[in-house]
Design a protein around this ligand. Structure first.
Ligand SMILES: *Cc1c(COP(=O)(O)O)cnc(C)c1O
Length: 336
């Protein structure tokens, strides 16, 4: 693997810290828990999309684009980071926001990430729940092209092979950190949505022949569908990287029992996970992704799947800006 062969610009703070969560490890009485702080990538409050955008925006610049076009759900962290990346390189960002999470109250379309989109002067429009969002965003790009702009289309979550390079690169970074500190990593756990993060992780580990189990906690799709999506993108990313051996579907692992009633819909285990991690470690997860990812990790510890003698790395993919659109879940909590 030699990723400098692909165009990349600098948007974030790297390497992100890899730290042991001593208090959480003690509180859960399970494996040694480490955290990879990809919530600290630096761009517009950070998150996992920054890594993908370093490759995607470099490609947009190489193609002479002046406008980034993308899509996400109302509280999309991806749209917020894309809007910020556009500003950094002097482009506009046009985004479509899907009303995917219903019955969330008035503030939902103004607070959290939407507020940050406003400050960044991202041009956004809403679409109804269930719209074919990538098709809608492609149509928007065509429209902008007719008006004389040079749009560059980024799929939802930045999840294509170019974006996934960001997480192949993150694995080089993580393995270097682990090797230089003598940490043997047994498992990686993280929230998986549009699949680019897990695909990049798997393609990177495969290229390095690093025997680490990766467990994706789905925030939306059913297990089989998520595994198929991740595998398709991981295999294509592996090919782009130039890895000689095929990436088997057997290495793709996902759980779908922490989604609750749907994408972005609160669950008790997510609220518990956010509360525990904040109160033990002073770290904020988010209600849509990393909170459910951590709920999954806690569940797997309680089921004995993640064992006491193991070293587990939780990848904190960011997202805490959306906490401010979910105030009702936490208001009035008292010290125990
Ligand atoms: C987008 C996102 C994810 C999921 O990453 P995918 O590459 O879409 O699977 C996880 N956590 C946060 C905070 C995100 O914004």
């Amino acid at each position: 693997m030699h990723l400098a062969r692909f165009p990349r610009i600098k948007l974030g703070h790297f390497p992100t810290p890899l730290e042991k969560l001593e208090n959480l490890t003690r509180a859960l009485d399970g494996p040694n828990i480490y955290i990879k702080r990809d919530d600290c990538t630096g761009l517009a409050t950070g998150g996992n999309k920054t890594r993908k955008l370093e490759f995607l925006v470099a490609d947009a610049l190489a193609k002479g684009a002046d406008t980034l076009v993308t899509q996400g759900a109302t509280q999309s962290n991806h749209v917020r980071q894309t809007a910020a990346a556009a500003r950094v390189v002097g482009m506009e960002c046009h985004a479509l926001l899907e009303r995917r999470v219903e019955n969330m109250g008035d503030g939902y379309e103004a607070a959290g990430n939407v507020l940050l989109d406003d400050i960044l002067k991202c041009e956004y429009d809403f679409r109804p729940n269930g719209a074919d969002m990538n098709a809608e965003a492609q149509a928007l790009a065509d429209n902008l092209r007719e008006k004389g702009k040079k749009p560059y289309f980024i799929p939802g979550g930045g999840s294509n092979t170019i974006g996934a390079l960001g997480y192949a690169n993150a694995m080089e970074e993580l393995i270097y950190q682990a090797d230089t500190t003598g940490l043997k990593i047994d498992k990686i756990v993280h929230a998986t949505g549009s699949a680019g993060t897990q695909a990049g992780i798997l393609a990177g580990l495969h290229a390095m022949s690093a025997p680490i189990d990766v467990i994706g906690i789905s925030v939306r799709a059913k297990r089989e569908a998520q595994i198929a999506n991740v595998h398709k993108l991981a295999a294509a990313t592996s090919e782009l990287i130039g890895t000689k051996t095929e990436l088997s579907i057997d290495v793709v692992k996902a759980h779908d029992d922490y989604v609750g009633s749907g994408y972005g819909q609160p669950t008790d285990s997510m609220v518990e996970a956010i509360s525990i991690v904040a109160q033990q470690e002073g770290i904020f997860l988010d209600p849509v992704y990393s909170g459910k990812g951590m709920a999954g990790m806690i569940g797997l510890i309680r089921q004995g799947v993640l064992k006491k003698d193991e070293n587990v790395v939780f990848i904190h993919t960011g997202g805490s800006a959306s906490l401010f659109a979910y105030q009702h879940l936490f208001s009035g909590q008292k010290a125990a």
